[in-house]
Design a protein around this ligand. Sequence first.
Ligand code: FMN
Length: 203
Amino acid sequence: MTLAPQTLASLTEDQLALLFDEAHTAHAFTDEEVGQNLADKVYELIKWAPTSMNNQPLRITWVRSEQARGALVDAMNDGNKDKTAAAPLVAILSADANWFEHFGTFAPWAEERRAFFESNPQAAAKMANNNAHIQAGYFILAVRALGLAAGPMGGFNAAKLDEHFNADNGHKSFLVVNVGYPAQDAFRPRGGRLDPEIAVRTL
Ligand SMILES: Cc1cc2nc3c(=O)[nH]c(=O)nc-3n(C[C@H](O)[C@H](O)[C@H](O)COP(=O)(O)O)c2cc1C
């Protein structure tokens, strides 16, 4: 289905609440499994969300096997170990600094720009980092939109994690996200949100 601009609709208040005001970061999950069909759906949704030049540098590693989970938990900070060990499914989000190799797919009309990024690894890495972080936001919202809860964590040893999971591809991990159905004690008290007077201005 392709929506013409004049047919754009809005989510209902309940749907918005599921994504934003009622949604919480989850720190504990029920034992209910998260099937691969749902995991696959997360990517099928977020691949459509915008990135610079459509460059899509986010790489997702779903961690399911006991062996992979052990290595992941080992790289997590102490306060994040137990919940990462217990979550039904965990994703490692990484950025691919060689995203320009896929120019022919994501922007074939601009492929002449590939040479610039190939010879400017710093610029390529910055683009990878910025856009993968944007995609991580989409990832969390897609998890929520599918009726699941997300527990994003930046507290881990990225060098250690990359040594185990990304040695063959050079991707740089930047976020680990626990995914599942929230347990009774999943949520922490809400921290305050900034007033628009601080965070927003209209000129
Ligand atoms: C980039 C990022 C890194 C985070 N790192 C951690 C972490 O290492 N450990 C943790 O327990 N929570 C972590 N959090 C969770 C945040 O503290 C939480 O999302 C925030 O306080 C909002 O909580 P709420 O959704 O319940 O309102 C992280 C969240 C994000 C988005």
